[in-house]
Design a protein around this ligand. Structure first.
Ligand SMILES: Cc1cc2nc3c(=O)[nH]c(=O)nc-3n(C[C@H](O)[C@H](O)[C@H](O)COP(=O)(O)OP(=O)(O)OC[C@H]3O[C@@H](n4cnc5c(N)ncnc54)[C@H](O)[C@@H]3O)c2cc1C
Length: 650
C-alpha cells in the first residue's frame, strides 16, 4: 500500500450513484488534507451519470457533511427550503392535522430535500472541478476475483462497492435475500405551480390511512413536488412488480388505491405522470460484514445496508459511510501508527465498527416507521383508524432526532482511540493473491504491494460449528474452553445441511470473511434404522460448497468426512442396511473426492490438493446410539456380547 508520488494508492469505486460520487469527494477531501496522493476511478455501468427524476430527502446529518466539504451553499441552492416545519401528518379523509413536527431551518446547515438529478449533477461537477476522481461510464463490474497475473488494463489496490441495492460486488460474497416488505410505492414529480392552490409550500406532508399513505415534499427550490404513494399489498397481487426505478404502471392504479383521500391529495395525484413509477419495496436482513479479501473490497451505501425508504435516510447513510471511509483510508495511507491502521483490513474494520450499528439501526427504524405510517404495527392491527391517531402522534415527533443529531466524527474518534477494538480483528490475513474487478469493457486489478504492514498469515484457528437442531449456540464457557484449547476462536452458525441454499450461503460467507477456507469436518449425519424404501436421499452439499470456496480462495485445505465402521462391516443384530450403505458410500465418496481434488487448487506455483479423509469410528455410545438401545431393548446385549473386547468405547 503505497502513498508516495510515484505510486499513488489506486482506489476503484464501483457505481457512480449518490454514494459512489460522495465517497470519491470524501476520499479526496480527507486525503488532500493529509497530504496523501491517491488515484480514484469511478466505474459506472450507465452510459452517463444520470438519475431518475425523483426527489431525495437530505437530512441535517448529511447536509453537515456537504458543508464540511465546502459544498453546503451549493446544496442549499438546489434544495427546497423549509420554514420551521419538517413534516405535517394529516388525516387522509379531511386533511386535519395529526401531528406537525418542527425543524430548525434558520441555520445555514439545514434540511435539503432535492431532486436526485440535481444532486447527482452537483456531486459530479464537484468531482470534476476538484479532480477528485476519473469518471468512467459504460463500465459494469460483474465480480471481484483473486488473481496472480496482472496483465490487465487497469489496476486498483482497493475496491469500494457502491453499486447499489442489487450490488454485484456484495452478491459475490453473500447471498442477497430480499424479503417483500408488504408495501409498494408509486413515485412521480409535479410542478407546484400546476396546483390550484398549495397550502404547504415549504414542508413535507403525509396523509395517512389504513394500508396507505401519501407522502409529498417540495424539491428544486420549492418549485417541484416529489410524490411517493405507499400501499400495503399482499404479495400474490404484485408478482409482476419489480424492485426497480424504471418499472412503471398506469396512473389509474394510483387513483384506485387512493380513492377516498381528501381533495387536496386527489389534486396532487391527478397531476401524476400518466405512467408513474411503481416500486416493490423489499427489505433485507442486516449484513454482518462490509469488507472482504483482507479489506481490499469494501461495501458502501445501499450495497451494504439497503433499507426501506420511510425515514428518507438511505442516501444520507451512504454519505456518512463515504465520509468516514475517506477519513479512515486517509489515516491508513498517511502512515498513522494507531493500531487500527496497521492493515487495510483493520482500517476497513474500523469503518465498519463505527458505521454498521448506526446504519442497521436506521434500517430497523425505517421498517418500523413504514409500519406506523401504514397503521400496520402489531398493536395497531386490531385498532380502528381513530384509535391509531394518538399512537402515530406520539411515535413520530422525536423519530428523526438520533438520525440528525449524531456527531459522526466524535463517534469515529472514540472508536479509533478507544481500547480493545484492534484485538477484535482476526489475524487471518495474508492470502497471497490480489483481487480483480472484471467488467464489461474494463478490468481493474487489485494487487498486493510490498508493504511491511500487510497482515501476516496467522496460525490461529477459527472454527465454526453448526447444528440443525438447536438455534442456541453451545454455552459461551464451552466455546471458550474449546477455543483456548486449540488457540483460536470458535463461532457458531445455525444451518440445516439438507438445505442446499442455506449451506452454500453460510459456507460462502465464512470463506469470504477470511478470504480463505482451510478445512471442513462433515459430521452432520443421522442414523435411520429404516427399510431402504423409506430412506430419504442424502446430500453432500456442504462438501461441494466447501470445495468451491477452497478453490475460489486458493486454500489447499483438508476435509474429514465422518463415516463409520458400519460402512465397512455388517453389525450383527443392527438392521440398518441403508445407514450402513450410506456410510459405505461416504467412504467411497472420500476415495473419489481425494482422487478428483488431488490437483485442483491452482496456487500459481503449481497445483495443490484438497486432502480428503474419511474417519470410521467404532462403537461409541452417543445419544443417537442410546436411542437405538431404547428403541430395541435387546440390541445392547447383542452388541456387547459380540464385541471383541466386550466393551464399547466411550
Ligand atoms: C422509493 C425510494 C425512495 C427513497 N427516498 C429517499 C429519500 O428521500 N432520502 C434518502 O436519503 N434516501 C432515499 N432513498 C434511498 C436512496 O435512494 C439510496 O439509499 C441511495 O440512492 C443509495 O445510494 P448508492 O450510491 O448506495 O446507490 P444508488 O444510488 O442506487 O447508486 C448505485 C449506482 O451504481 C451503479 N451500478 C450498479 N451496478 C453496477 C455495476 N455492476 N457496475 C458499475 N456500476 C453499477 C448504478 O447504475 C448506480 O448509478 C429512497 C429509496 C427508495 C427505493
Amino acid at each position: 500500500m503505497g502513498s508516495n508520488e510515484q505510486q499513488p494508492t489506486r482506489i476503484a469505486i464501483v457505481g457512480g450513484g449518490i454514494g459512489g460520487l460522495f465517497c470519491a469527494l470524501a476520499i479526496h477531501h480527507h486525503c488532500s488534507a493529509a497530504g496523501v496522493h491517491v488515484q480514484v476511478d469511478v466505474f459506472e455501468q450507465a452510459s452517463q451519470y444520470k438519475e431518475i427524476g425523483a426527489g431525495v430527502g437530505i437530512g441535517i446529518n448529511a447536509a453537515r457533511l456537504f458543508h464540511q466539504m465546502d459544498l453546503g451553499d451549493k446544496l442549499n441552492g438546489i434544495a427546497g427550503h423549509r420554514t420551521g416545519v419538517w413534516i405535517t401528518f394529516r388525516r387522509f379523509d379531511t386533511s386535519e392535522d395529526i401531528v406537525t413536527v418542527p425543524v430548525n431551518d434558520s441555520d445555514k446547515i439545514r434540511q435539503a430535500p432535492c431532486a436526485r438529478t440535481e444532486l447527482l449533477d452537483l456531486l459530479k461537477a464537484a468531482v470534476e472541478v476538484r479532480g477528485a476522481a476519473t469518471l468512467h461510464t459504460k463500465k459494469q463490474c460483474r465480480s471481484v476475483e483473486v488473481r496472480q497475473d496482472y496483465s490487465t488494463s487497469a489496476e486498483a489496490d482497493i475496491v469500494i462497492g457502491c453499486d447499489g441495492i442489487h450490488s454485484a460486488i456484495r452478491n459475490q460474497f453473500v447471498v442477497d435475500k430480499p424479503v417483500f416488505s408488504g408495501q409498494i410505492a408509486y413515485r412521480g414529480v409535479i410542478p407546484i405551480s400546476a396546483l390550484s392552490s398549495w397550502p404547504f409550500p415549504s414542508y413535507s406532508v403525509a396523509w395517512l390511512a389504513k394500508h396507505r399513505h401519501l407522502l409529498v415534499f417540495p424539491i428544486s427550490r420549492n418549485e417541484q413536488l416529489n410524490i411517493v404513494a405507499f400501499v400495503t399489498k399482499p404479495e400474490n397481487e404484485i408478482a409482476d412488480v419489480k424492485e426497480s426505478w424504471t418499472s412503471i404502471c398506469d396512473r389509474q392504479e394510483v387513483f384506485d388505491d387512493f380513492a377516498g383521500f381528501d381533495k387536496t391529495a386527489q389534486e396532487v395525484l391527478g397531476l401524476m405522470p400518466e405512467q408513474p413509477s411503481k416500486w416493490r419495496l423489499n427489505d433485507r436482513q442486516p449484513l454482518h460484514r462490509w469488507h472482504y479479501m483482507n479489506g481490499k473490497v469494501i461495501l458502501l451505501g445501499d450495497s451494504a445496508h439497503a433499507m426501506l425508504p420511510h425515514l428518507g435516510a438511505g442516501a444520507g447513510q451512504s454519505m456518512e459511510d463515504g465520509w468516514l471511509l475517506g477519513r479512515a483510508l486517509s489515516e491508513r495511507l498517511s502512515g498513522s501508527t494507531n493500531p487500527h491502521f496497521a492493515s487495510l483490513e483493520s482500517t476497513a474494520q474500523l469503518y465498519q465498527t463505527v458505521r454498521l450499528p448506526r446504519a442497521q439501526k436506521t434500517q430497523a427504524t425505517s421498517r418500523a416507521a413504514g409500519n406506523t405510517y401504514e397503521l400496520q404495527t402489531e398493536d395497531m392491527l386490531d385498532k380502528s383508524f381513530e384509535e391509531c391517531i394518538p399512537m402515530i402522534a406520539e411515535r413520530t415527533r422525536e423519530r428523526m432526532k438520533w438520525v440528525w443529531e449524531e456527531d459522526l466524527d466524535a463517534a469515529y474518534v472514540k472508536a479509533r482511540d478507544g481500547q480493545g477494538l484492534a484485538s477484535k480483528v482476526e489475524g487471518h490475513g495474508g492470502a497471497a493473491g490480489g483481487g480483480v474487478v472484471a467488467g464489461k469493457g474494463m478490468e481493474t486489478v487489485t494487487q498486493p504491494r510490498n508493504d511491511s504492514r500487510t497482515p501476516k498469515p496467522s496460525t490461529r484457528l477459527t472454527g465454526y460449528a453448526s447444528s440443525r437442531r438447536s438455534r442456541q449456540p453451545p454455552s459461551t464457557r464451552r466455546r471458550g474452553e474449546l477455543a483456548d484449547r486449540f488457540e483460536g476462536t470458535l463461532s457458531y452458525r445455525h444451518v440445516d445441511v439438507q438445505n442446499a441454499e442455506q449451506v452454500d450461503s453460510v459456507i460462502a460467507e465464512i470463506a469470504a470473511e477470511h478470504s480463505r477456507l482451510d478445512g471442513l469436518i462433515a459430521a452432520a449425519g443421522i442414523q435411520y434404522v429404516k427399510p431402504a424404501l423409506e430412506y430419504p436421499p442424502d446430500r453432500i452439499q456442504h462438501v461441494s460448497s466447501s470445495a468451491r470456496q477452497m478453490i475460489k480462495y486458493k486454500s489447499p485445505g483438508a476435509m474429514v468426512l465422518v463415516g463409520s465402521m458400519s460402512g465397512l462391516n455388517a453389525n450383527k443384530g443392527f438392521t440398518s442396511s441403508v445407514y450402513n450403505s450410506s456410510k459405505a458410500a461416504v467412504i467411497q465418496l472420500g476415495r473419489n473426492l481425494a482422487m478428483e481434488w488431488g490437483k485442483v487448487i491452482d496456487t500459481g506455483g503449481g497445483k495443490r490438493a484438497i486432502r480428503v479423509n474419511v474417519l470410521c469410528p467404532g462403537n461409541i455410545i452417543t445419544p443417537m446410539v442410546l436411542k437405538n438401545f431404547e428403541d430395541d431393548p435387546g440390541l445392547r446385549k447383542i452388541w456387547e456380547e459380540n464385541n471383541v473386547s466386550s466393551t464399547n468405547s466411550y
